[in-house]
Design a protein around this ligand. Structure first.
Ligand code: AMP
Ligand code: MG
Length: 425
């Protein structure tokens, strides 16, 4: 097994790893390299069920009881002993949900029972009320169900001692109910991750201010905010910093000192962002990569050191779509891993693409696509403008069409892989 080289080793001697070429990294390689430098945060906290949505389980939850606790009825009907079912039966009482029938049920007797009612001792089957005829306290079953029918067995949902939520599970709405169904009021979760971000560029202006010639509004600040918000991390928005070494250094150090991770957008393309590159070299170990992907070719990953604290650093390209795509492909999974979450690959589906696709072989493309319904299924088509600066393509699309490195031009009618935005975004 090869040992992971340190970030410094990779920076100073790229040939120390056979498959490592910072100027031609595949998406999978880049993900794998980043993954090697990630560690789960160590802090936990105990939260009430109410406050735990989206948080990551740090101590596995084991069921303290059976769910359901008792055999109970799945129907409104009558509880009886199956062996007696062919004969007329005497109704001797009623079992409601939460109000059991406490008497014993003898041969030739039955009990009226409501959904959720505890199955009385001496009975083993429930007949639904639509399959009987009653006359006073007399019951005749018109259609005998199978032995054990319509009974929800104790422990059928969860058994006492069973692991219910494993380490690394991200708590979803169903889990809140699940915890409540066990009577568990609190969960131990990893602490929230602190993430700072800022945009870089002299041309950037914040919303609410007029644009001078050549200026643009800083949109990455808002997409990053939204994407981080969805991950449930604690966010520090440090705004847009001009291409000024002192201001950039100040922002970088503030961000690194107080956060687990720092994300910047813009200024990582080779040859143009001397300030960022020099600052990152001064304060950390940061790798600059050219990824074989579109959009999002330049990417920087590493660690920034302040005192005895190190923060993860992700330098994303400035083009608005490239910022989003690189966030989803690299940063999202990395942050989840640091948060303690068990990271699973995004589900990919194969769908027929109804339009031809232009694509260069040798790089992975994440084209913005529109999945639409036709009779008997779904089809996809790429949006017309796939430029990495056209943010409206991300807003209008509902999926990525993921085209691997070895794929070239595609004709209409060919099958492509899609990743649904729903669930990722
Ligand atoms: P850069 O990666 O800094 O070379 O920027 C690439 C392109 O993205 C340039 O056209 C920038 O003007 C644009 N860009 C950079 N940062 C932002 C941002 N925060 N919001 C919108 N566009 C940006
Ligand atoms: Mg720039």
């Amino acid at each position: 097994m090869t040992t992971t080289p340190s970030l410094t080793e990779l920076m100073t001697n790229p040939s120390c790893m056979e498959d490592y070429d910072p100027n031609a990294m595949s998406v999978t390689q880049a993900k794998r390299y980043i993954q090697q430098y990630l560690h789960t945060v160590s802090g936990h906290e105990v939260l009430s069920i109410h406050d735990s949505l989206g948080r990551v389980i740090a101590s596995e939850v084991v069921s303290p009881c059976n769910v359901p606790n008792h055999n109970n009825s799945a129907m409104d009907g009558y509880a009886f002993l199956h062996a007696d079912g062919a004969k007329p039966l005497k109704i001797v009482g009623t079992a409601f949900a939460g109000k059991p029938y406490n008497g014993a049920v003898s041969a030739g007797e039955c009990v009226r029972i409501m959904t959720g009612g505890v199955v009385p001792a001496g009975t083993d089957t429930i007949v639904m009320q639509e399959r009987v005829i009653t006359n006073g306290d007399q019951l005749n079953i018109t259609e005998l169900p199978k032995l054990g029918a319509n009974i929800r067995l104790a422990g059928e949902d969860l058994k006492s001692g069973q692991t219910v939520l494993a380490f690394g599970h991200i708590i979803k709405p169903a889990d809140l109910g699940l915890l409540a169904s066990l009577g568990v009021p609190n969960v131990n979760v990893y602490r929230r991750l602190k993430v700072a971000f800022f945009s870089t560029g002299d041309e950037l202006v914040g919303v609410g201010k007029p644009l001078a010639e050549g200026q643009i509004y800083d949109s990455n600040r808002y997409t990053l905010y939204g994407m981080l918000q969805r991950l449930g991390v604690e966010i520090s928005d440090l705004g847009a910093i001009p291409d000024n070494p002192q201001l950039l250094e100040q922002a970088l150090l503030t961000a690194a000192a107080e956060h687990d991770a720092v994300i910047t957008s813009g200024g990582v393309s080779v040859g143009e962002a001397d300030h960022m590159k020099a600052l990152l070299a001064k304060h950390g170990d940061v790798l600059f990569w050219k990824i074989n992907m579109k959009p999002g070719r330049p990417l920087a990953y590493g660690k920034i050191h302040t005192g005895n604290h190190s923060a993860h650093y992700f330098g994303l390209p400035g083009n608005p779509v490239a910022t989003m795509v690189t966030f989803y492909q690299f940063v999202r999974d990395a942050l989840l891993q640091i948060m303690g979450a068990t990271v699973k690959p995004f589900p990919c589906f194969q769908v027929i693409c109804t339009e031809p696709i232009k694509k260069a072989q040798g790089r992975t493309e994440f084209q913005r696509g529109l999945l639409y319904e036709v009779e008997g299924g779904w089809r996809v088509k790429p949006l017309p403008n796939q430029s990495s600066g056209v943010l409206s393509s991300m807003s209008q699309a509902n999926c990525f069409i993921v085209l691997c490195e070895d794929i070239g031009q595609l004709n209409a009618g060919e099958t492509v892989n899609v990743q649904l935005f729903e669930g990722i975004i």
